[in-house]
Design a protein around this ligand. Structure first.
Ligand code: FAD
Ligand code: SF4
Length: 470
């Protein structure tokens, strides 16, 4: 089959079908079905094969998008999957969770008038199909150098770093405090966006490639950074950001007020039956009126998790308007379909409690949009006299995250910036102020995206290879 460059005029953009709302409201299963072979081939055929593809530039790992779309259109899945893995360590994950509307698909030439090519879903299709066909990365030609690198954190940054190292003959040993790999892919992002089997499958593949995982092992507690620095030829730190931002609201420690990430992690561990006595307890929202404060992807995940747990009402309250929400538009749409209510232009002032100290509501003030902030987003300005109380049995605060404290970094002369992020600039290939130690992902750039963590893990691996002179 050859590509028809005018195909996009007759053939509309189609997204894969979603599961029925009945299932979506109660089950923690991925809501999107995959593409069929013919859907993937015809959707891939909509690509114009632009000479200078903006989608590739906008994709943080610079995937060879038009090239693998052509291969899918021609039915060459095994060639397409090899090409995907030249630039991306977890294409099946990015295809599912990247905010494509802001990245590759947002810059597709067809986007404005005809609807962007469904790049993300085709990326997912390629890897899912290749795995079903029994495809595995072939490292039989790789000669091991004998060098070993310790990787702290099995999130996307650490996994991407390990992937590039092993493909270049350097043995990665990955340490993570959790019982499964994936970091936030496994324990933060809920299963309705990313099935947990996806990462379990990747662990098996990475292990077969020669990556060693030491799970349930926390650096700084079970093993020291000093021992890793002594035992290994280099170290990569991809520990993410796990300190929740607080709202500074009166009574925010009241019974019934929860932080987003511990709530989501406990829910996933409950479903995966990975809970340990020391973990944050599982919270069940069944029968409760839940208010989620915040407007990002994490807020949307809390909203949709509460719906699946059987909350009677779930409201997302955000201080700006819908157009200025930082989260993915696709996930906002999905949350609305599943029954979430949205309250825009409101800011929380304090948590209302009863005599037992249990939350009963949130005092809010209405807002209007003011001047743009340093990121260009218009600030929310409170309107005097517009205060009101929104009733709630449970409140989830999803205000974002900042780096958690890792005092052991200073012992190894690893400097942090004012926000507590590890200093490891791209221009130095993500080398920290200790030349033997590299870092990447959220721990370096602050909370961001899966694909940016992958991009940094891969570039840091290149830096480590240079440092080791491989
Ligand atoms: P992480 O994924 O956080 O991984 C860090 C790993 O390091 C963890 O496994 C942690 O256990 C481990 N670790 C930390 N300290 C230690 C230690 N001392 N010893 C051993 N192990 C340690 N991005 C998207 O692109 N799309 C989305 O839809 C999306 N949804 C999100 C939803 C939620 C709820 C959250 C919180 C984030 C979401 N993100 C999303 C952001 C994305 O998940 C992160 O940007 C990405 O996972 C960062 O990767 P990382 O490898 O830097 O860190
Ligand atoms: Fe798009 Fe993300 Fe895939 Fe890049 S990695 S092509 S941004 S879905």
């Amino acid at each position: 089959m050859s590509q028809n460059v005018y195909q996009f005029i007759d053939l509309q953009r189609v997204d894969p079908p979603k599961k029925s709302l009945k299932i979506r409201k109660i089950e923690f299963v991925e809501i999107y079905e995959g593409f069929s072979k013919s859907q993937a081939a015809t959707q891939a055929d909509r690509c114009l094969a632009c000479g200078n593809p903006y989608c590739e530039w906008k994709c943080p790992v610079h995937n060879y998008i038009p090239n693998w779309l052509k291969l899918v259109n021609e039915g060459h899945i095994l060639e397409a999957v090899e090409l995907c893995h030249q630039t991306n360590s977890l294409p099946e994950v990015c295809g599912r969770v990247c905010p494509q509307d802001r990245l590759c698909e947002g810059s597709c030439t067809l986007n404005a008038e005809f609807g962007a090519v469904t790049i993300g879903n085709i990326e997912r299709y390629i890897t899912d199909e290749a795995f079903k066909m029994g495809w595995r990365p072939n490292l039989s030609n790789v000669e091991m150098t004998g060098e070993r690198v310790a990787i702290i954190g099995a999130g996307p940054a650490g996994l991407a770093c390990a992937d590039v190292l092993i493909r270049n003959g350097v043995k990665p040993v990955v340490f993570d405090r959790h019982p499964e790999i994936g970091g936030l892919l496994t324990f933060g992002i809920p299963a309705f966006k990313l099935d947990k089997e996806v990462l379990i499958n990747r662990r098996i593949i990475f292990t077969d490639m020669g990556i060693e995982f030491r799970l349930n092992t926390e650096v700084g507690k079970d093993v020291s950074l000093t021992s890793l620095v002594d035992e290994f030829d280099a170290v990569f730190i991809g520990t993410g950001t796990y300190q929740s931002m607080r709202g500074g609201l009166e009574n925010e420690d009241a019974k019934g007020v929860y932080e987003a990430l511990p709530f989501l992690i406990a829910n996933t561990k409950h479903i995966m039956q990975h809970q340990q006595a020391s973990d944050t307890p599982y919270v069940d929202m069944q029968g409760k009126r839940v208010v989620v404060l915040g407007g990002g992807d994490t807020a949307m995940d809390c909203v949709r998790t509460s719906i699946r747990q059987g909350a009677t009402e779930v409201t997302c309250a955000y201080r700006r308007d819908e157009a200025n929400m930082p989260g993915s538009k696709r996930e906002v749409k999905n949350a609305k379909e599943e029954g979430a209510a949205f309250l825009f232009n409101v800011q929380p002032l304090s948590i209302e409690i009863d005599q037992q100290g249990q939350v009963t509501g949130i005092k809010m003030v209405k807002t209007e949009l003011g001047e743009p902030d340093d990121k260009g987003r218009r600030s929310a300005v409170a309107i005097k006299g517009s205060e009101f109380v929104l009733p709630a049995d449970a409140v989830i605060m999803a205000f974002g995250f900042k780096p958690h404290s890792m005092p052991w970094l200073a012992e190894h002369h690893i400097e942090l910036d004012k926000q507590g992020r590890i200093i490891a600039p791209e221009r130095n290939a993500y080398q920290t102020t200790n030349p033997k130690i590299f870092a990447g992902g959220d721990a370096v750039r602050g909370s961001d995206l899966v694909v940016t963590a992958i991009a940094e893990g891969r570039k840091a691996a290149e830096g480590i290879l240079d440092y080791l002179d491989v």
